[in-house]
Write a protein that binds this ligand. Structure first.
Ligand SMILES: NC(=O)c1ccc[n+]([C@@H]2O[C@H](COP(=O)([O-])OP(=O)(O)OC[C@H]3O[C@@H](n4cnc5c(N)ncnc54)[C@H](OP(=O)(O)O)[C@@H]3O)[C@@H](O)[C@H]2O)c1
Length: 255
């Protein structure tokens, strides 16, 4: 019996590092990006090189109508799913004054970062509840939200709102799915060096070294991958509904 995971947004960044960490932990993995492109194929090759079973499922997570079909396709290829990592996410269309936020940027953040996460989790949970699940396998949903679920970045208000929504969805899922022995975690990354943060990461490297984070460095995608693989492997037994502040202590209150 094997653990089988879908990691959304795993063609690069935190998602790809998570797919690699899960493959190293023995999971079969389904890799996703919005389209079938060279980046996605490259991600598949990187995970295949680790020796595990892997498949690519290109689809836009925002297209909710596709969710149950995609999950069924993964199960046909890799076997019964045990794990969903909702990682796919988008930033704002333009950083700037909250008074200038557009409906397009608001709708995009909410559609991908919150709505898609909710409905893909719903489809995944329905899929699991429709069958017998071996007691020896750990079943979980890991949602990648953000420090911005709780800490305001006023130049990215719509992103913060979408991540706060996703954090509440994580708690609600934990309440609904706890009795079904499906654990739900909310991983809140702080400052991680990926394409998403490339325009600002050098400034944050400096600020981290000066004390913005308690551990004086920015995070790497592998840091997040290892945290998520630890959670999804059931190595925090008897827990659910927890927030993991994956931020080097950035949000610890202090004066
Ligand atoms: N980096 C940080 O400091 C940080 C901090 C807090 C939270 N996070 C969260 O962590 C998650 C991963 O971030 P990252 O930094 O690794 O971002 P990234 O480097 O921009 O990667 C985002 C991934 O999501 C995919 N994606 C975007 N929209 C999608 C859609 N509609 N359907 C399917 N896949 C989609 C992208 O595919 P394409 O390559 O095809 O676009 C890419 O694989 C996000 O939810 C982000 O909000 C990141």
């Amino acid at each position: 019996m094997k653990q089988v995971a879908l990691i959304t947004g795993s063609s690069r960044g935190i998602g790809l590092a998570t797919a690699e960490a899960l493959a190293r932990a023995g999971f079969a993995v389904a890799i996703n990006g919005p389209v079938e492109d060279e980046e996605l194929r490259g991600a598949v090759r990187r995970v295949e090189a680790l020796g595990g079973a892997v498949t690519a499922v290109p689809f836009d997570v925002g297209d909710v109508r596709l969710h149950s079909t995609v999950l069924a396709r993964i199960e046909d290829t890799l076997g019964p799913l045990t794990t969903l990592v909702n990682n796919a996410g988008v930033g704002v269309l333009q950083r700037g004054d909250l008074l200038e936020v557009t409906e397009a940027s608001w709708d995009r953040c909410l559609a991908i970062n919150a709505r898609a996460l909710f409905f893909l989790s719903q489809a995944f949970a329905r899929c699991l509840l429709a069958r017998e699940r071996p007691a020896g396998l750990f079943h979980s949903i890991v949602n990648v939200t953000s420090s911005n679920a709780v800490a305001v970045a006023v130049q990215r208000a719509e992103y913060c709102a979408s991540k706060a929504a996703a954090a509440m969805v994580s708690k609600a899922l934990a309440v609904r799915l706890g009795p079904e022995n499906i654990a739900v975690y909310d991983v809140q990354p702080g400052l991680i060096a990926t394409d998403m943060t490339a325009p600002v990461i050098e400034m944050y490297r400096q600020r981290a070294a000066e004390g913005l984070t308690l551990i004086p460095r920015v995070g790497e995608p592998d840091d997040m991958g290892n945290i998520i693989a630890t959670l999804a492997s059931g190595k925090l037994p008897y827990t659910t509904g927890q927030v993991i502040s994956a931020d080097a202590g950035m949000l610890v209150p202090r004066f």
